[in-house]
Design a protein around this ligand. Structure first.
Ligand code: ADP
Length: 290
């Protein structure tokens, strides 16, 4: 059990809050960190804790949340601080009362607005994490090269270190050498992406505004975010109809969807093993014959 007093005292000092009663309630649903609702006097905070050496992960999460906030599109929690306190790495942000399922139409409009924020290159100001795996975001003018190096090959190198099936790795590298074929008539632009947009990282606030959290932001092809939304579920036809009114979706998106989701399935294979390796192998074979 966490002793909240030292952390609350340090927080009160840094945020210049008057000392007050402290109440901490665990928040469930995350994969990586301990999450809490912290009430300090009459203020409420959402706090995540991890081991001290994980502070860069929280700094990168902060950079992503601030980039989305700056885009004035999807609601994200305001971050108050990241740091090491009382023996933990900590990120402290606005507590948002979440009211469940997000409306597909409203999500589509806000997400398209975020994707309409462009950078001049692919990548991000900071490396971050996808799940608990490192995600490299070195800026690059060339999307295909970026995806090959920092997404596919990075996961394949990890797979080799994790001793996953060698044929999966060989076939994966072969695919990495064939990426040009997916982009013969399509040139992605560097859109601001959430980067980890599965249904567990989105909700609605009490006013029904879509809220997203726990991002793995970078500037990349908007289709990568759309694909992830379809990996473990489906946002629905209404979502795509509204989204396309604000950001047209290329007719060949379904071909690239599997390519983009392969990254996440490989990441799952590296993190959790199980059937994800076989799923990644099936996806690679399908993509190789396209
Ligand atoms: P993790 O980094 O461990 O995956 P998340 O950032 O996904 O943790 O947060 C865990 C859960 O806490 C989420 O699934 C969501 O329900 C809730 N949550 C996330 N951010 C906030 C917030 N700012 N205010 C209130 N609840 C939040």
């Amino acid at each position: 059990m966490t002793d909240w007093q030292p952390l609350a005292t340090s927080l009160a000092e840094q945020l210049q809050l008057p000392p007050g009663e402290v109440r901490a309630t665990p928040v469930h649903g995350g994969d990586i960190n301990q999450a809490w609702k912290l009430e300090l006097g009459d203020r409420e905070f959402f706090v995540k804790l991890n081991r001290p050496e994980r502070l860069p992960m929280f700094d990168a999460e902060r950079a992503g949340l601030e980039a989305i906030r700056h885009s004035a599109s999807l609601r994200v929690p305001e971050v108050f601080l990241t740091g090491q306190m009382a023996g933990h790495a900590v990120i402290v942000m606005e507590f948002i009362e979440l009211a469940g399922q997000v409306d597909a139409g409203r999500l589509a409009v806000a997400l398209a607005a975020m994707h309409n924020c462009f950078n001049d290159r692919f990548g991000f100001y900071a490396d971050n994490t996808i799940g608990s795996t490192a995600q490299v975001n070195t800026f690059n003018n060339d999307w295909i090269d970026f995806w090959r190096r920092h997404r596919l090959s990075f996961q394949l190198e990890l797979a080799a270190r994790n001793h996953l099936d060698s044929s999966l790795i060989d076939r994966g590298y072969r695919l990495a050498g064939e990426l040009d074929k997916f982009f013969t008539t399509y040139q992605p632009r560097p859109s601001l992406l959430h980067g980890d947009l599965w249904s567990g990282n989105q909700a609605a606030d009490l006013q029904g505004n879509p809220v997203v959290y726990d991002p793995a932001c970078y500037f990349g092809d908007h289709e990568a975010d759309l694909a992830m939304m379809e990996l473990f579920g489906h946002p629905g036809k209404r979502f795509f109809a509204s989204y396309s009114e604000h950001f047209p979706v290329d007719a060949d998106y379904p071909r690239r969807r599997e390519l983009y989701n392969l990254y996440h399935v490989l990441n799952h294979a590296n993190l959790f093993g199980g059937g994800y390796g076989a799923q990644a192998r099936r996806m690679i074979e399908m993509l190789l014959v396209q």
